[in-house]
Ligand binder design. Structure first.
Ligand code: FES
Length: 86
């Protein structure tokens, strides 16, 4: 079980993965996660249990911690990378 907190412009996002995890920073966009995931609030409250999700990196989403596409409207710029973690 991986228990990790990722810093984003919208604040820290905590997630847990049971099994393999793929984490892909999308160029000028969100953090794409694939795996058996639990997304948690800072309080530890379970927000969602998913197999794949996109977490906001720009800090402008209307449904944080998830991306809602607003990064395109605000011209968010950030590097993308190959999967950084498995
Ligand atoms: S990365 Fe923030 S809305 Fe998509």
């Amino acid at each position: 079980m991986v228990d990790r907190t990722e810093a984003t412009k919208g604040g820290p996002v905590r997630f847990r993965a049971d099994g393999p995890l793929e984490m892909i920073p999308v160029e000028n966009g969100p953090l794409h996660l694939k795996g058996d995931l639990e997304i948690l609030a800072a309080s530890g409250e379970l927000l969602e249990r998913v197999a794949e999700c996109w977490l906001c990196r720009c800090g402008q989403s209307g449904k944080k911690p998830f991306c809602d596409g607003t990064h395109r409207k605000v011209g968010f710029v950030a590097p993308g990378r190959a999967p950084v973690w498995k």
